[in-house]
Ligand binder design. Structure first.
Ligand code: KG4
Ligand code: ZN
Length: 330
């Protein structure tokens, strides 16, 4: 049997079909181009575009997977966290499909779905318990994962999410959206320590808003003095990215030590960042930890991770959601 997954928590409308851990289709349509002029995601625009796209995305996904709809055994969907209106579209679409096809529903947490990415298209054993690191545009958190239905948050950002800070800083520097992708591209290792930007942390919690403000002030200072060359911008942004990556790695390793856990599992859009991946790999080797990274193409929002997790929860953990399940923005 197959699992069908639906993701609509932010700007991506996605429908995927998986056969156990194998991804048969994973169609993602983003409304990003309609948000770009505002420099961030506008919830109303996201909701309207989910409504516009979702049935077409479903049809394309089924066509690509080339399966008989009757062989779908479960319908997974993101019900939390995310933009309320955006989630409502996906949840109600899932409910309608469940009625039409007479199939069970499994609502999944978007953050835990990000942690499922390293387990798709392979047969790696699930290394429970593990430390889960989710770094995305809306969230930055550390989790103690005993199983996918036994997850405890052990660290979180106290203010902005890491991806959000990448996006805001990139905007201040006149780069495109989503900012993380642009900053990742222009990062130069030789400039990583040019400026000493520090990220806040308290225990296993993060704080990213201070570094954002510090960087934007520094940029204005240089601009006033007419010193803001393209090279200086790269130096500033490389030092900024290095500092963000370092604090994420520091807290993740600390979490593994505190909880005496030997495996790290990482997911979310920011995990696509090349320097962060490199630092996570180095630190894991140094500390004798097993590291599972979400592959870059499954790091950003997509429904394959939702379908995969729903398959697991339904078949292994015998979980099923009630038809009256409601969305929850956080
Ligand atoms: O997981 P995701 O697609 O959506 C949320 O759940 O929020 O993450 C999107 C975030 C954006 O903030 C984007 O700037 C960031 O992931 N991102 C990156 C990279 N690719 C995407 N950040 C740093 N480096 C990247 N290569
Ligand atoms: Zn996400």
């Amino acid at each position: 049997m197959y699992a069908l997954g639906i993701e609509s928590s932010c700007d991506d409308t996605s429908v995927a079909i998986v056969d156990k851990r194998r991804v048969l289709s994973n169609i993602v349509v983003s409304s990003l181009r309609f948000h770009k002029i505002y420099g961030g995601i506008v919830p109303e625009i996201a909701t309207r575009n989910h409504l516009k796209f979702i049935d077409k995305v479903l049809n394309t996904s089924i066509k690509e997977a080339n399966i008989d709809l009757r062989k779908i055994g479960v319908i997974g969907f993101t019900y939390t966290p995310g933009l309320t209106g955006a989630l409502v579209v996906g949840v109600n679409f899932a409910k309608a499909l469940s009625l039409v096809l007479s199939k069970p529903l499994v609502g999944v947490n978007h953050l835990y779905a990000h942690l499922y990415a390293p387990f798709l298209n392979n047969n790696i054993n699930f290394p429970f318990p593990f430390i889960g690191l989710v770094v995305s545009g809306g969230h930055t958190g550390l989790f103690l994962v005993r199983d996918f239905d036994r997850v405890k948050c052990i660290g979180r950002t106290r203010d902005d999410a890491a991806g959000e800070v990448f996006d805001k800083v990139a905007r201040a520097f006149g780069l495109g959206y989503p900012g993380g992708v642009y900053i990742d591209k222009i990062f130069e290792k030789k400039y990583k320590d040019c400026f000493e930007f520090k990220c806040g942390r308290l225990g296993l919690d993060f704080s990213f808003s201070g570094i954002k403000t510090a960087l934007i002030y520094k940029k204005s200072e240089f601009k006033k003095k007419r010193m803001l060359s393209e090279e200086l911008k790269v130096k500033l942004l490389s030092s900024f990215q290095e500092s963000i990556a370092k604090v994420i790695v520091y807290n993740t390793i600390l979490a593994a030590k505190q909880y005496k856990i030997k495996t790290l599992v990482c997911g979310g859009g920011v995990i696509a960042n090349r320097r962060l991946r490199e630092l996570l790999k180095t630190a894991s080797v140094k500390n004798g930890l097993n590291l599972l990274l979400s592959p870059p193409h499954l790091s950003c929002d997509n429904a394959a991770v939702v379908a995969g997790l729903a398959f697991y929860l339904y078949n292994i953990k015998r979980r099923e959601s009630k038809f009256n399940i409601k969305v929850s923005s956080n």
